[in-house]
Each structure stands twice: as structure tokens, then as C-alpha cells.
Design a protein around this ligand. Structure first.
Ligand code: NDP
Ligand code: OXD
Length: 309
């Protein structure tokens, strides 16, 4: 058995020992030193070159290093008969919840305004909104969105979520489908994007969406750069209808030098680090799925390419 591993060198240094310890029978090969491609049965990958996976004739499963699989869905030669498994693991989930809670509280407590006041040595107390009067809306109530929503609710924020299918989550006001979107947006002051990037969600953070949010709303995009129509956000920030934004993901990554987001006074930029898969915890879900495959059992967290995630 062989496992192809393609990733940044520093991450390979963490992954290879973790795989060897948990799956000692598994031979690990790190891209580009793959040897005979016909010996590759499993791949653990992040943004492989298009067409690369089609070269492995005996592939049993493709494991994505990330929760989002848009980087694989866009490969026209992705072998259609091989199951693709997205990353679901507690390290990734807790990292995303930290990011969402941190950015939500940052906007809720008006930290950009206080930072500006500090820059000009101004001591001024701005109006205070109690948590239960701050309405947060999470687009995407999946593995990551539902955990973040629940943790925000424990801080007594007024949390709603929006998903494709109906959901029932304790303490969360749940909306779904295109029919639920308008009401969800109308009640949302801090909007968090955590849907996958699909044909249906591409460009969902656009002028029309922003117009349906109350004046002064904030945007947190931790999904994908393709969710955001950048010019629409810049225009909405300029008009003041959108107060501020925290952006972790971008159309072009790294965010190009000179891009207006870099120096924008109302935008917080992070370099796609909202959350990161943690080999130490992720090895369990990877190994459990390899064992399921070897035992002839169905895999968990398999991507449904018909719905796009
Ligand atoms: P899940 O598949 O578990 O959840 C996706 C959620 O989005 C589900 O609730 C789903 O609805 C909802 N959804 C999908 N399509 C639509 C639609 N058309 N309309 C309304 N709701 C929709 O994904 P995860 O929570 O694991 O991950 C979400 C995304 O987060 C990833 O795809 C990735 O892009 C991003 N991500 C970003 C990271 C970062 O560092 N910035 C790190 C990790 C992930 P339903 O429940 O009905 O299926
Ligand atoms: C992911 C990511 O999808 O890191 O997991 O963006």
C-alpha cells in the first residue's frame, strides 16, 4: 500500500510521522518523489496540479487536506469513480470557531473604531450594545458553521444560521434555502460566510446581499474568495452601508500587492489562516477512513459532487 502526500514541505514534516505512527503498514511517498504511479492507492492532497490525480490508475480514495474541495472540483480530469473525502476533524473545527468568535467580537465591540481613536489619542466611549442585542448570522450551518454558531450563542449573542436544507439547532434561529435568505439577511448585523464554494454560492456576497443587510452591518468571509464580489464590497464600504469587514480568503491568493483591501481602514486581512488542519488530530479521521476502505465499509465525509460539496 502506498500513500501519495503532496503539500508544503513543512506540513509534510508533520504529516509523515503522524501517518507512520498510526498506519505503520502504509508506505508514505511525498510528492514529487512518487515512484511508480500505479502503486499509489490513497492521496492526501491540497491543490494538486490539474490532471495529476488522473495518472494514478489504482487509486482507492482521494483525501482532501481541507474542508473545502473546490480546488478538486475544478479539475476536469478528476477520476469520477474515486471517492473524494473532505477534511472533518476537531482541530480544524476549533480553529474556525476561534476565528469566527474572535472576528465577531472584534466587530461587535467596535475594535476598529477604538484602534482609530488610539491612533489619534482620543479617549471617547462609543455606544455599547449588549451581546443579546447583537444579531449575528452564519451562512452555512455545516460542520464549521454550526460549531461557531453554538459557541457564539454561549456568549449570549443573538445567532441565526442559513443552510440549504432545514436545520434545528438549540438556541440558533435557523433559516434555509433561497426562500429563507431575505429574512435571514434582514436580521443580521454581523454576517459570517461559511458555505462551500459551489455554482450556487459563487458571488453570494454581492451588492444585492449587502443591500438586504441593515445599514452598518459587518462582513466576515472565511469561506472562499470566490464568494465575494470585491468591487461590491468596496462600494458598500465607501457608501457606509457596510461598516467593516474581516476577510481571510481572496480571489487571488496571496492577495496581490497594491490590492485596495491591504490598506483599507475598514478591512481586516488575514492570509487564509482562519483555520488549519492539525495533523495530530486529523490523522484519526484519515486512518479511520483508510481502515473502513480496507474493510470494505463505506467512507465517511465523502463529497457529493452533484450538490458540489
Ligand atoms: P459543510 O459541508 O459541513 O457545511 C456546508 C454548509 O453550507 C451546510 O450547512 C450546507 O447546507 C450549506 N450550504 C451549501 N450550499 C448552500 C447553498 N446553496 N445555500 C445555503 N446553504 C448552503 O462544510 P464545512 O462547514 O466543513 O466547511 C465550509 C467551508 O469553509 C469550506 O467549504 C471551505 O470553503 C471553508 N473553510 C475555510 C477555511 C479557512 O481557513 N478560511 C478552513 C476550512 C474551511 P446543508 O446543511 O443543508 O447541506
Ligand atoms: C479548508 C481551508 O478548506 O483550509 O480546509 O481553506
Amino acid at each position: 500500500m502506498a500513500l501519495l502526500f503532496k503539500s508544503d514541505a513543512d506540513r509534510a514534516e508533520l504529516w509523515v510521522p503522524a501517518i507512520r505512527a498510526r498506519l505503520p503498514e502504509m508506505e508514505v511517498r511525498v510528492w514529487p518523489d512518487l515512484g511508480d504511479p500505479d502503486e499509489i492507492e490513497y492521496t492526501l492532497i491540497w491543490k494538486p496540479p490539474a490532471g495529476l490525480l488522473a495518472g494514478f490508475k489504482n487509486l482507492k480514495a482521494i483525501f482532501s487536506l481541507g474542508a473545502g474541495i473546490d480546488h478538486l472540483a475544478s479539475d476536469p480530469k478528476l477520476p469520477p469513480q474515486v471517492p473524494v473525502v473532505r477534511m472533518v476533524e476537531r482541530g480544524l473545527t476549533s480553529g474556525m470557531t476561534e476565528y469566527v468568535v474572535m472576528q465577531t467580537l472584534f466587530h461587535h465591540r467596535r475594535m476598529l473604531d477604538y484602534r482609530d481613536q488610539q491612533a489619534c489619542e482620543t479617549w471617547k466611549i462609543l455606544p455599547f450594545v449588549p451581546a443579546w442585542k447583537r444579531r449575528v448570522g452564519i451562512m452555512g450551518l455545516g460542520v464549521l458553521g454550526s460549531d461557531a454558531a453554538e459557541k457564539l450563542a454561549t456568549l449570549r449573542l443573538d445567532v441565526a444560521g442559513w443552510s440549504r436544507s432545514p436545520k434545528a439547532l438549540d438556541g440558533i434561529d435557523c433559516y434555509h434555502g433561497s426562500e429563507g435568505l431575505e429574512d435571514f439577511l434582514a436580521r443580521t448585523e454581523i454576517l459570517v460566510c461559511l458555505v462551500p464554494l459551489t455554482d450556487e454560492t459563487r458571488g453570494i456576497l454581492n451588492a444585492d446581499t449587502f443591500a438586504k443587510l441593515p445599514a452598518g452591518a459587518c462582513i466576515i468571509n472565511a469561506g472562499r474568495g470566490g464568494h465575494l464580489v470585491e468591487e461590491d464590497l468596496l462600494a458598500a464600504l465607501e457608501s457606509g452601508h457596510i461598516d467593516s469587514a474581516s476577510l481571510d480568503v481572496f480571489h487571488d491568493e496571496p492577495l496581490p500587492a497594491g490590492h485596495p483591501f491591504w490598506q483599507h481602514p475598514r478591512v481586516v486581512v488575514t492570509p487564509h489562516v482562519a483555520s488549519i488542519t492539525v495533523p495530530e488530530t486529523a490523522i484519526e479521521s484519515l486512518a479511520a477512513n483508510v481502515e473502513r476502505m480496507e474493510a470494505g465499509l463505506p467512507l465517511e465525509n465523502v463529497v457529493d459532487f452533484k450538490r458540489g460539496y
